[in-house]
Design a protein around this ligand. Structure first.
Ligand SMILES: Cc1ncc(COP(=O)(O)O)c(C=O)c1O
Length: 404
């Protein structure tokens, strides 16, 4: 907790640098670069500057990055691609969905997963979540399985691994009549490097897609992605889809560039350090905010390592909706701190998803959507910046209590 007088002093000093830009709930750069990334990029460009070499094809850097990523996650295969969004499209394509086939996915999510299902002609079956973890609730998943269910599609929400053992158990106990055990496909855009019961996210399930977009835990020059799998047949198929379908498959161009892969290798080597700093920043915030009656701080189950891709707070139920929105407005307008809401149910946030997938109104998801509040977190936040963020949040709460 910050004592009221100290909070007043922090806020009286004003916003620390950088003053004149908003501090976003999801900062635009998730990690950071060192000279090593810059050197790697320059080397890769220099190596390509020859008409007999160029930037491709089959650059060694890409193969090295894939092998290193597979070894890091503990999987047999890793396929480098140009984004996680396209990776999710590719993953769902590999299900070969027929009309009416269903894929179960949590409503509290980014829209990429649901767009991928819609894009491949499948039916999104929204499931509810556990409000403590913001991950999908296995009991609710099991209730939604029908003979049309083809896959379970968890997102490792905000850096916390989904309950994979429970999901794999459910998938095995409810085989599809034609395709066998349900496939489990993970969206790990926000969870690169997270661990679940000692195993890296991406080592379990059929396929897992990662994002290296600028704001993510590591980035390959602003865009990029990876898919991991232990299944050799689907690994080969994904490589074909990535490169115009190989000989006998549909495909397009989803490739990562050689320069991105060279930078990705350096970022991967530094990922654990960046994630450690991020966890330390989150733990420092938990200490500062602990004991604030109006807030429920992020939960880390004992067997998981949460990476706090965003720092997700729930306000207490009597602060849901308008009062939560007021906290966000005061923090933004008065203090220049922009909290994200990561994420309300996709059917409430995006009209296109509502139109295509329906609006089931799931009790926990809807409630969480009215109570979430994610102040900016970055591994490099200084103590001064951190105290300012926390002070502005506590001040906003007190202003509302005083009638603001
Ligand atoms: C959960 C989730 N899935 C998928 C994506 C899409 O990733 P990309 O930008 O690499 O396509 C994002 C964010 O960008 C995300 O947060």
């Amino acid at each position: 907790m910050i004592k009221p007088q100290i909070r007043k002093d922090i806020l009286a000093r004003g916003k620390p640098e950088p003053k004149n830009v908003p501090w976003w709930g999801e900062p635009n750069l998730g990690g950071w670069y060192t000279e090593a990334e810059i050197d790697a990029a320059v080397r890769a460009i220099r190596k390509s500057n020859d008409w007999s070499t160029g930037f491709g094809p089959n650059a060694k850097e890409i193969e090295k990055f894939e092998n290193a990523f597979a070894a890091y996650c503990g999987t047999r295969y890793a396929i480098a691609i140009n984004s996680c969004g396209t990776g999710l499209d590719m993953a769902i394509r590999c299900l070969d969905l027929a009309p009416g086939d269903e894929v179960i996915s949590p409503a509290v999510n980014y829209k990429a997963a649901h767009l991928a299902i819609v894009g491949q002609g499948g039916k999104v079956v929204f499931c509810d979540i556990d409000s403590r973890t913001l991950n999908l609730d296995p009991e609710d998943v099991e209730k939604r399985i029908t003979r049309h269910t083809r896959a379970i599609f968890p997102v490792h929400m905000n850096g916390l691994p989904a309950p994979m053992d429970e999901l794999l158990d459910i998938a095995g106990r409810h085989p599809h009549p034609r395709y066998g055990p349900l496939k489990v496909i993970g969206d790990a855009a926000r969870a690169c490097g997270a661990t679940y019961k000692g195993a890296k996210v991406g080592s379990q399930g059929w396929l897992t897609a990662f994002s290296f977009y600028s704001s993510k835990l590591m980035t390959t020059l602003g865009e990029g992605g990876m898919i991991t799998t232990n299944d050799p047949a689907v690994a080969e198929r994904l490589r074909n889809i990535r490169q115009f379908g190989g000989e006998d498959e549909w495909g397009s161009n989803y490739k990562m560039t050689k320069v991105q892969a060279a930078v990705g290798l350096v970022q991967l080597n530094r990922l654990d350090e960046m994630n450690r700093r991020r966890r330390e920043a989150a733990q420092r915030r938990c200490k500062i905010l602990s004991g604030t009656a109006e807030l429920i701080l992020p939960y880390e189950p004992p067997n998981c390592e949460h990476l706090y891709y965003v720092y997700s707070i729930l306000v207490q139920p009597d602060w849901a909706g308008e009062k939560r929105d007021k906290i966000i407005a005061i923090m933004s307008e008065k203090f220049g701190i922009v909290c994200s809401i990561s994420n309300p149910p996709t059917y409430l946030r995006w009209p296109y998803i509502a139109e295509k997938c329906g609006v089931p109104r799931l009790a926990v998801s809807d409630d969480v959507g009215r109570r979430l509040l994610c102040p900016p977190l970055h591994p490099l936040l200084t103590e001064e910046q951190e105290l300012y963020i926390c002070a502005s949040l506590l001040e906003a709460i007190d202003m509302i209590k005083a009638g603001a």
